[in-house]
Ligand binder design. Sequence first.
Ligand code: F0G
Length: 456
Amino acid sequence: MKTIIEPFKIKSVEPIRFTTKEERKKILESAGYNTFLIHADDVLIDLLTDSGTSAMSSDQWAGIMRGDESYAGAKSFYRFESAVKNITGDTFIIPTHQGRAAEKILFSIIGGPGKYFASNTFFDTTRANIEFTGAEAVDLLCAVGKRPEERAPFKGNMDVDALENLIGKVGKENIPLVMLTVTNNSGGGQPVSMQNIRDVKEVCKKFQLPLYFDACRFAENAYFIKLREKGYENKSVLEICKEMFSYADGSTMSAKKDALVNIGGWLSLNDEELAMKCRNLLIVTEGFPTYGGLAGRDLEAIAQGLEEVVDEHYLQYRIRSTEYLGEKLINAGVPIIEPPGGHAIYIDAKRFLPHVPVNEYPGQSIVCELYVEGGLRTCEIGSVMFGKYDKDGKLIPAMMELVRLAIPRRVYTQSHIDYVAEVVIEVFNRREKLKGVEIIYEAPMLRHFTAKFKPH
Ligand code: F0G
């Protein structure tokens, strides 16, 4: 088979700024060893997130010019609405400025103390929006999803028995909805199978609970189904997406991922009464229901992005380029979550730095070293992000200690990725010398964004 090439030509380029190792040491120190606090201009290859970092196509840029900026009833809204309906099949499509705005609206209406929400794994903003209302967010990931070194096709699946147990324990009347995150970002960008979606739906049906998707990476999830699930190999990705969404009663979406744009999101649903409540809150917090905090041009770019993201040449290149990085690292012995996820490679920091205890944040230590070594910006997804304290102030660690190398869509070429692999392998080869870090400042919620550290 021939090399899978980038399915695009590059029309506009953005230079990147080179820095020396000495410069980067100083930059990192003044950022409190938190790569969120580094100026993007000081980063060579930015793998902090795949969110809002996509390169738009010429058709999307043309859409930006076509955008209708009417306050109410803009043409661009109707194009957006029909593109979202084409994928989700849902009746009510509510635009929001990003994913968490959709979450905030949905959970402030249906959440509250005494309520429980179940997911394969909630993303951090989703969990925060649930907990902010006083409700509880419960992760019910399947067992294999918690074993980073084990290869399985659908490690994002929900443990369906655990869902039934939860319902039995807290009562169906206290569970406003069940949510599947596709793909499972916090668990390694791993997909959820169609079979699991169906099984979860069965349980939801039995107890009359709505099933929602956190749909950020729905197209990548659908492509994995095509590649790995029997019976889907000859279906189009769009058909697979439609089947996935046919089991869901609604979705929250960050268009910054699989709609290939830099800002935007939606809340989609079929429940009319709830939709009306959400729209009313939207008017207070985001804007009129036909723009929801976005410009008409943003809605136009999302509509176009949704057509491009289900293109199978695009998805083949997308999934293969992440896997390509994963393979290079695996071949060099670097421990990562296997198999590689859709949007990112996750280094298993516990196995990478077995000599650094969890309360010295091995993931953060690797993040810092990758920046100094090669100007890579990556993100800890471990106890810095999800750690909590018990009543004696002792760290309750996260389930896994990971470092995420998220790949922006259509932004970097194969030589950029080769360079990334070289830097990671270089750091891995001198891993014994790496030391842990200590937190010297932290905010009460979502602390990873602003925390400051001190190296040991
Ligand atoms: N759900 C998932 C699964 C996500 O990955 C994100 C964002 C959100 C919801 C929230 O969307 O950022 O538009 O408000 N993930 C980004 C990331 C930030 O880097 O993984 P948002």
